[in-house]
Design a binder for this molecule. Structure first.
Ligand SMILES: [Mg+2]
Length: 216
C-alpha cells in the first residue's frame, strides 16, 4: 500500500519501464481516497491527464495496416468501411463513446499513426471521427516519439502546455514506448488489447480519474 506522496513518486520512477505496472500503480493510487486526500491537492490530479494520444491501426480500428488499403472506400455501415478490394476496416468497440466522453470532459485528443496519411485521414473522415483530434500526426515512419513531440509542439505554439506526465498514450503495441519515454518523457501508457480489452475498459479507467478528480 502506498504510504505517502514520496512513495508514489518513487513507484512512478521505478516502474517507468513497465507500462502495466505503472498503469496499475496509478489507478491503484487513485482508488485510495484517504491517501489521496491526505497527500495530493487539486493541482496534481488536475494535471494527471491533459492529452490522450491514440494509435490508429489495431487500436482505433481493427485493420492493422491502413496504408495497404486501396481507395475508393465504401461505407458499409456506420462502423465498417471497405476498400476497392473489399478489405474491411471496422471501428473497435466503444471508440465513439470513449472519444465523446473524453472530449466532453475537457481532455485533448490527438493521433500518432505510422501510415501514409491519405488513407488514415480518409477513414477518419468517413467514420466521422476526424473532428475529435487536435494536431493529428500521420507519417510513414515508426518514430512515434517524433510524432508525439510534434503534437506537444503544435499545442505549445497555440499556448497549450502539456507535460509528458500529463499525456496518456494508447497503442496496441508497446514497441515505441522506450523511445517515447527516453525522448518525450514519462508518458503514461495503456496497451490496447492487453491493459484494456476494448474502449469500454479504457473509458472506465478514464472515467475513474475524472470522477475522482471532481470529488476532491
Ligand atoms: Mg497499431
Amino acid at each position: 500500500m502506498l504510504a505517502c506522496l514520496h512513495d508514489f513518486d518513487l513507484r512512478l520512477q521505478v516502474s517507468a519501464g513497465s507500462s502495466t505496472i505503472y498503469e496499475v500503480t496509478m489507478w491503484t493510487y487513485l482508488a485510495l481516497p484517504s491517501i489521496r486526500l491526505k497527500n495530493v491537492g487539486w493541482a496534481m490530479l488536475d494535471k494527471m491527464i491533459k492529452l490522450i494520444v491514440l494509435d490508429a491501426d489495431g487500436t482505433i480500428w481493427s485493420h492493422h495496416d491502413a496504408s495497404a488499403l486501396v481507395a475508393p472506400f465504401e461505407i458499409v455501415s456506420c462502423d465498417v468501411i471497405q476498400d476497392k478490394y473489399h478489405s474491411t476496416v471496422r471501428l473497435n468497440d466503444g471508440i465513439r463513446e470513449f472519444l465523446n466522453y473524453v472530449r466532453e470532459n475537457g481532455i485533448l485528443l490527438s493521433l500518432a499513426s505510422w501510415n501514409e496519411p491519405e488513407n488514415v485521414f480518409s477513414l477518419l473522415s468517413l467514420f466521422g471521427i476526424d473532428g475529435f483530434f487536435v494536431f493529428p500526426v500521420v507519417e510513414p515512419h515508426p518514430n512515434k516519439h517524433v510524432m508525439l513531440q510534434k503534437i506537444v509542439s503544435g499545442l505549445s505554439q497555440r499556448g497549450v502546455k502539456v507535460l509528458p506526465e500529463e499525456i496518456l498514450y494508447i497503442d496496441d503495441r508497446d514497441v515505441h514506448l522506450e523511445e517515447i519515454r527516453s525522448s518525450v518523457g514519462n508518458v503514461k501508457f495503456l496497451r490496447y488489447g492487453v491493459d484494456v480489452g476494448n474502449w469500454y475498459d479504457a473509458l472506465d479507467k478514464v472515467k475513474c480519474v475524472i470522477v475522482r478528480r471532481r470529488s476532491l
